[in-house]
Design a protein around this ligand. Structure first.
Ligand code: BGP
Length: 490
């Protein structure tokens, strides 16, 4: 039965995860050290940090969700400290639970699962000539397990991470050498998995380079970041071109962090500030989705304190011919902005019309519909919502069961808004992979208590627990939504 909230035939329903938050097994199967491995847990009040040793033996703990701070010299040695907990090492151990987890996902009716491949599991330092066979085998097993249930893989090639060797040796994406390392890595994935995997993402939240992102560049200044982003654009475009050759029927996107952004008032100065600040995101989508630098690029660079970046003569053609096939994005919240707020002011002033999650993220379902329209209006390529969800504090009973009505309410509202964008506004949307089907470690805080899943995992902020998986109340609810193709949202 078709209803106002029905979804298109073949709509892709699933969940999304990232290797260092979910997989664990950090020293198994020949995996090399990853940038994320040296990151401790934390909380909102006490942020995560890296543990590094200076040449004089002094241990420092620069704050970062990934980037090493400005004052960190090039010859630091990453170290693990006995009194610290490093969440990526075990995460929630998908490495040993993948069969159980995939079965649980299939039980909700998912027909797609987005996961990221750990780069250093395939090329431990990023520089080997041959890939690590044990690493390939792990993902081969995962993909084959998914296929048993008719589930499509959606593979993120690089989710905010680098083999640690590339961070230290080349200053991450500041070096074009990393472009070659990345393309070799992507080519290997296409050769091994391209026969079974059609959907690919070159990067996760690539636009996050402006604030906290995945560049691995030690310097925090604007020019270094935007140069690194350019190198990532070139790597992505080369990879898309290669994928079109090597993966029959393959479709290649990249993922952008697209919280919605509203002007705080209708004062013309606030409106114009909003236009400029929104371009902090459009910049990335425009280059990768349209294949060229937009007219406002110079103005944007200037506001970050520099005049230009280095673009090789051949890069323009590469960007043009390696455009994305679809635009994927994460959507969690909206923000507001006004003149004087600064650039990329996540959080900004509070929106008086919206409630917030316990982590202060405004809840805005209509913002999702707005965002879907905005992206499609501009780029005119199919969109894919590859992350959306609510980080909440769950109280499990003695059996690990959670009555998460707040999560059901969040998804009820967001999925309804998505249906409206598809059915009323006619935005072509390939699918929806919520974050994250099974509880995992938070990216921003390294906490476990910020839970997203439809399935509870018995583990605390220090990694203690049985790792037992227990479906929450929302598990049955989402199953019903998917099996009724949205009718249950009415
Ligand atoms: C996105 C990341 C994910 C994920 C999510 C939720 O930015 O792509 O890796 O973690 O946000 O954020 P958090 O875990 O900080 O709540």
């Amino acid at each position: 039965m078709k209803t106002a909230k029905s979804f298109p035939t073949n709509f892709l329903w699933g969940g999304a995860t990232a290797d260092f938050q979910y997989e664990g097994g950090f020293n198994e199967g020949g995996r090399g050290l990853l940038s994320r491995d040296f990151e401790t847990n934390g909380s909102q009040a006490n942020p995560r940090h890296h543990t590094l040793k200076l040449p004089n033996g002094k241990v420092i703990t620069p704050r970062s969700s990934f980037i090493l701070a400005d004052d960190v010299p090039a010859d630091v040695e990453p170290v693990f400290l006995a009194d610290q907990y490093y969440p990526s090492h075990q995460a929630v151990d998908f490495y040993h639970h993948y069969k159980e987890d995939i079965k649980l996902m299939a039980g909700m009716g998912f027909n797609i699962f987005r996961f990221s491949i750990c780069w250093s599991r395939i090329f431990p330092t990023g520089e080997e000539n041959e890939p690590n066979q044990a690493g390939l085998k792990f993902y081969d097993d995962v993909i084959n397990e998914m296929k048993k249930y008719g589930m499509e893989p959606l593979i993120t090639i690089c989710h905010d991470e680098l083999p640690m060797n590339l961070v230290l040796k080349y200053n991450g994406w500041a070096s074009r050498k990393v472009i070659d390392a990345y393309v070799k890595y992507a080519k290997t994935l296409f050769e091994y998995f391209g026969d079974r995997c059609r959907y690919w993402l070159t990067f996760n939240e690539i636009n996050a380079v402006r604030g906290f992102g995945p560049t691995g560049v030690r310097k925090a200044d604007g020019q270094a970041r935007y140069q690194a982003a350019h190198n990532m654009f070139v790597a992505s475009a080369k990879t898309v071109k290669l994928g079109h050759k090597l993966v029959p029927g393959g479709s290649f996107g990249a993922m952008f962090a697209m919280s919605e952004l509203y002007p705080a008032t209708c004062k013309p100065e606030d409106m114009f500030h909003h236009l400029q600040e929104r371009r902090e995101n459009w910049y990335f989508i425009d280059v990768m989705g349209r294949g060229y630098y937009p007219n406002y690029a110079e103005e944007l660079w200037q506001r970050h304190g520099f005049e230009k970046i280095t673009i090789d003569p051949a890069d323009k053609e590469i960007l043009k011919t390696g455009q994305l096939d679809y635009i994927a994005f994460s959507y969690y919240r909206s923000n507001i902005t006004k003149k004087g707020d600064g650039w990329f002011n996540v959080g900004g002033s509070a929106n008086p019309y919206l409630d917030k999650t316990p982590w202060g993220w405004p809840v805005d379902p209509l913002g999702l519909r707005y965002c879907m329209n905005e992206i499609y209006d501009r780029i005119q390529k199919p969109i894919f919502i590859v992350e959306n969800g609510i980080g909440a504090i769950d109280q499990a009973d003695e059996n690990g069961y959670v009555e998460d009505d707040y999560r059901i309410e969040y998804f009820q509202q967001h999925l309804s808004a998505m249906a409206d964008a598809i059915n009323i506004d006619h935005v072509p949307c390939l699918g929806y992979t919520m974050w994250a089907p099974i509880d995992l470690v938070s990216l921003s805080t390294g906490e476990m208590k910020k839970r997203y899943g439809f399935v509870y995992v018995d583990m605390d902020d220090e990694g203690h627990g049985s790792l037992t998986r227990t479906p929450k109340k929302s598990y049955q609810w989402i199953k019903h939504v998917i099996e009724t193709n949205g009718a249950a949202l009415e």
